[in-house]
Design a protein around this ligand. Sequence first.
Ligand code: SF4
Length: 710
Amino acid sequence: MSTENNEPIKTICPYCGVGCGIKVRPGDMRFMPWADAPVNEGSICIKGGAATEVVEHEDRLTDPLIKEDGEFREASWDEAYSYIVEEMERIHDDYGPDGMGFFSSSKTMNEENYLLQKLARRYGTNQIDNCTRMCHASTVWALRTSLGAGAMTNSMADLEEKADVFWIQGANPGEQHPIANSQYFRQAVLEGATVIQVDPHANKTTRSFDIEGTERHMHLQNEPGTDIPLLNVVIKTILEKHEENPDEGWIDEAFIEERTQGFDHLKETLSDFVKAEAAEQCGVPLEDIERAAEKYAMANNSAIFTGMGMSQHTCGVDNVQNEINLALITGNLGRPGTGVNPLRGQNNVQGACDVGAMPNVLPGYQLVDDDEARESVEDVWGFEIPPEPGLTNVEISHAAGDTVHGLYIMGENPVMSEPDGNRVEERIKDLEFLCVQDIFMTETAKYADVILPATTWAERGGTVTNTDRRVQRMRGAGKVHETTKHDLDILCEVGTRLFGEGFDFDGPEDVFEELRQVCPDYHGMTYDALGETGIHWPCKEPGDEGDSFLYEDGFTTDSGYGQIEGVRHQSPAEVPDEEYPLILTTGRLEEHYNTGTMSRRSPTLKRQHPENFVDIHPNDADRYGIEDGDTVKLRSRRGEIEVKVQVTEAIKEGSIWTTPHFAAASANRLTNDVLDERAKIPEYKAAAAEIEVDIDPADEASTDDTPADD
Ligand code: SF4
């Protein structure tokens, strides 16, 4: 291993978007705590503590692989590069630039995502996307359109200090952002804040606020897919109370008047809305929702947290818009302790979007179909950017073998991460050329024509942007395998071989220097200025300290106003029927991460949850004759998986809950790939399903999970 000394390096946890600082000791690649890390001050969750376990894992890819006669064989880097360039040029000649798609990665760094999106655009296509499409595309759309920026409005620190009410809807920070939950949100509750949680599933977040001696936690356990009616009950309650008692401060009239547009549309939308009917539809007592509305509206500072329970619906944009409506009419934006705050899943999903790894925006969320924005980037890049938005990643998968014939994937695993995985797998087999750049053999890489072995997060440097817009530096502890290459170096070489110029960079800092020229929110940052604490964007000029909260002086929408827009309930695309009488909803576990490529190889994490399971309500279990621990088959219109049963009141009767992490029984074999019309995010959170009991015990071993190449 190439290291200069054994001083632990300071870097960032590779898992969730909280952005905790950790140390890695070169040589043995051991995890060490970073006591004064800016976000977490030395605290760490089980995933962060186990993060280094996979760095030296025996399954690491160490040499380029090329498929020949259906089998992989080792190849030299030169041969692999030549093969890739030849195939990409052939596809360009045969089908034009939109014959290729590019999947960037929320698990890789800003500089790497920046380079891959630049490479796609130099190739002539905007068909570049990252997994934000699957988690928060709708949130980003709604926030960008109605407030100005597709990101958390506030920071974890100001929320902990100033928020009186935490409204957490469709998010499970206790499980998915453990340090944000324990160190910031729970701490605030211990100091007097109130939590209102809206979620169909009782989970670790619910349990984390069950604090002895406090009554400051409400859980509104709604039916899946009823977030709009629930929020409409809240908003209508606030409007009615304001009518009755205009001086009590239920809404913020001055804020609405001076800083928003669309209030009349909201009132009109709710004019014939019947609260009692909606509460029944939600499965939550009306008086509980009214009580929650009062707590939110009457607090000095109320903050909304939103997660994938809101975003992953065909009405995902409208779900988030209704949260924005609530915040705008009560004036809960533009100051500490307020806002609408999406908790981002992966350690650099925010950054991958910021640097333009999406089909409709360039770095800094500048629209590709905005001539002026495009020209300003072209001035730096020196080539023309295609003016039309490209296909999103799910659309690219749908088009594989049809209009898309080649795919370049950096660090993603769509066969497991995208909905209707069986269909994705079939389509990917139809590609003429698939290149995968990764650290392990994945369920997707099995179908590749060429695989490039990359280095892990611990071995290389760069920057990542966490959930509250803090850009932080990662530092490399040196390579484990000299034959592997950093993602950035691979992209520089592929770009240079394809295009001759524009991709010759001297490491990540050199790339960052170009990035800040084309990304206005990063323009004031340098590696030196980021130092060890990082900077929250926007940081527009050198010397700016960045903003921990947004919109103090105005919104950054086209009009300058916050946009209110009334929305109505929309049922999920699939609702229960005779054949599929249950609603399947999905979520993640604290101990696992996405498709499990890393976490399933970590002994510590795998021990906690070695295989998938399904939560079933006791009444449903009785009806089906199922006991806790039985193995059942879950079926949807798209596929089936076998899982063990947990009988629990954590889930509502009529709903079942499972996870996407395990290859042997991934929830995404069942989920529906229908998309939100605007943001193109799939509806992972609601699909019609059925349970089949009396599984042959001889087949039960199939629920055991192993990584793709074991
Ligand atoms: S909370 Fe997130 S960033 Fe922090 S240690 Fe855990 S997984 Fe890593």
